[in-house]
Design a protein around this ligand. Sequence first.
Ligand SMILES: [Zn+2]
Length: 174
Amino acid sequence: MMELFKLCPKCGQEKPFTDFYKASHTKDGRGGYCKSCGALVAKKRYRSNEGARNYNLSYAKKHREHLREIAKENARNSPWIRITKTLRTSLKKHTKFKSNQKTKLVKAHFESLFPSTGVSWDNYGIVWQTKRIKPICEFDLSSAEEVVKINELSNLTIRIIPESERVPRKKSTI
Ligand SMILES: [Zn+2]
């Protein structure tokens, strides 16, 4: 029986048909590259895919940490988080009771006062600050029912800082 040969375009060698993998999609029923070239190509492809996979994984991990950092930074800088913390700590300082003030509600409460006062989160601490309508000292601090009212949203309002009290923003050195 006559042996058939086929040219491998990768290594440029004429090799017997049996040196090519069977393939259903080609005219002659054999793969384009010889077995050894095909193996090299497959290996290379696997390696590059693996590299891409590893790269994606490490990127995702890095990204996740980065996002976590951003969230932390936002929490530090968000005025409503600072306000809520202050409300909690002042209550703890002056009374034996703890406040479980919700950041979300504090934020929404002050935002509801923005339209009538013309302030925003951008100028918190510069143009306005928070204020208790009835100050802590006027509450009966021994009564739990009274203390609850100290941080009630209805007792919290916006105080526009008079111009004379405003601290000018430090100029950037950049
Ligand atoms: Zn070859």
